[in-house]
Ligand binder design. Structure first.
Ligand code: SAH
Length: 220
């Protein structure tokens, strides 16, 4: 039986299984796999669910939110395709896991959440991991982050009914946004929006299920 505080072999085997699961669900970009191999998801899941951190499943985090399923994190990151010089905005810091995965792939990550507690806890983990290219902030992400705009890439990790107008406006020409759209209590569609000189192109990627994008700041 596996225990936390694994010996070296247990850790290596668990890591291999984690990466195998990602590949078998379509995460094939070597840069994304490499970044996900480096970031230990176990650091972002606390309490009773910690021992399930390496399963390909979403798990509860504080404030009634969820850390996304690892394969969905991988597929979204792959679809976003951030380059090493890119500035990325993430809406929905949550546990901080997705932002940490992005941090290894681009120049700077801005991540915002409407819950102060989640931002504080994620910041502490970024600090411990030495991820100095992430800026986490309490903000209503449905308005984007006008002070830092425009962005090369925008990743929304909560479901909106439509891609929010302020986020479209804060995307650079040639930029990409990945966002789940649809009603919050139903299956949603993950879409990729690419901004061209003349407008926006939309691709439907897959069905997903995310917590809703809620306007305004949270109580905690
Ligand atoms: N990316 C996260 C998972 C996000 S869960 C991770 O890697 O763990 C979705 C998050 O979006 C929740 O934390 C929720 O508080 C946040 N959220 C919802 N609406 C928001 C809004 N308008 N502005 C900022 N964050 C929002």
């Amino acid at each position: 039986m596996e225990q936390s505080g694994d010996d070296e072999d247990g850790t290596a085997e668990r890591k291999m299984r984690f990466l195998f699961q990602l590949r078998s669900r379509g995460v094939t970009d070597p840069r994304v796999l490499d970044s996900m191999e480096r970031i230990d998801r176990g650091l972002f899941v606390r309490g009773q669910f910690a021992d399930r951190a390496y399963e390909d499943t979403p798990l509860p985090i504080p404030c009634g939110q969820t850390i996304s399923q690892p394969s969905v994190v991988g597929l979204m990151t792959q679809a976003l395709n951030p380059g090493p010089r890119d500035t990325v905005l993430e809406i929905g810091t949550g546990s901080g896991y997705q932002a940490a995965v992005l941090a290894g792939l681009c120049r700077r990550v801005y991540t915002v959440d409407r819950h102060r507690r989640l931002v504080r806890e994620a910041e502490a983990i970024f600090h411990d991991l030495g991820l100095s290219n992430i800026t986490a902030q309490v903000a209503d992400g449905s308005r984007g982050l006008p002070d830092q705009a425009p962005f090369d890439r925008i990743l929304v990790t909560a479901a909106a009914e439509d891609p929010p107008g302020p986020l479209l406006a804060q995307l650079k020409i040639g930029g990409i946004m990945v966002v789940p759209v649809g009603q919050s209590d139903a299956v949603q569609t993950l879409i990729r929006v690419t901004r061209s000189e003349t407008g926006f192109d939309y691709d439907e990627l897959r069905q997903v299920r995310f917590v809703p994008l809620v306007e305004g700041l949270g109580q905690t």
